[in-house]
Design a protein around this ligand. Sequence first.
Ligand SMILES: C[S@@+](CC[C@H](N)C(=O)[O-])C[C@H]1O[C@@H](n2cnc3c(N)ncnc32)[C@H](O)[C@@H]1O
Length: 276
Amino acid sequence: MMDREAILDDRQFAMLLAFLNYSWDGYRKVRKGVKKRVVRHMQELGCRNMDHYLARLEADPGLRAECRRQMTVSVSRFFRDLRLWEILEDYVLPELAARQPETVKVWSAGCAGGEEVYSFRILWESFTAKYSTPPRLKMIATDLAPQYLERAKKGIYPNGALRDADAERRSDWFFNVKKDRYIVRPWVKNGIDWRVQDLLTDPPPAEDLDLVFLRNSLLTYYMPDLYEKPLQRVVNALKPSGFLVIGAKEQIPEAARNHLMPYDRYVFRKTAGSEY
Ligand SMILES: C[S@@+](CC[C@H](N)C(=O)[O-])C[C@H]1O[C@@H](n2cnc3c(N)ncnc32)[C@H](O)[C@@H]1O
């Protein structure tokens, strides 16, 4: 058994991040778990050092894609950043419903294990309960890593993933199957379109979107010149006046600010008629 630090200390991990154009600041706090997975991948390939590993990745796009999947971080939880969900409930959803479209189209980009997707679904169902004919919700959820989508479809979570969900939400929308196990009620899962999608290379899964969640993925883990084009594609997939939601610690880069008006700390509205 090789010593993990011996083949992947921080300097070598930083070399890998630089090779992929990923952000040290984004990975700094979560690097322990990511390094473990990278070391396992290196060992599977018989690579004893970073130079050898980078040479293999350089030569083989398939290995590079596998490395990128191993580098993903799926930390999430229900109603993460509670204030955001209040803003959505009090301002964004009423506005979307007031526009009275037949269908409201929402995309969770980088959805991890589905916590954000089901949080939105729960919020939407509670909000629209007071309408006699609410708009239909079309919810698309994508991620680079197929294993997270499989986890999301199962909808099983530990207690910690629900720490921001109050008792009422827990009992209304989940079954508590064991002391530390909650399952999303089956009908909450209905109609969600789960797809593998790489934000760096694939087109958005739909056009004319009303709301896109782009939280704690592109803008955290990648360097600006890597996420600039993908961010453009995301913004262009929004309807005029559509909403973009980012993570609490993320910022909209300078180049996108002409196209996105701040609505709240986490929420931006696409400026009408601005192709980016
Ligand atoms: C930290 S989780 C964020 C989950 C959720 N959006 C949230 O904020 O709670 C980041 C997710 O982004 C996904 N991701 C990273 N790079 C991606 C890419 N290029 N394309 C699609 N998904 C990506 C990861 O696989 C991971 O599931």
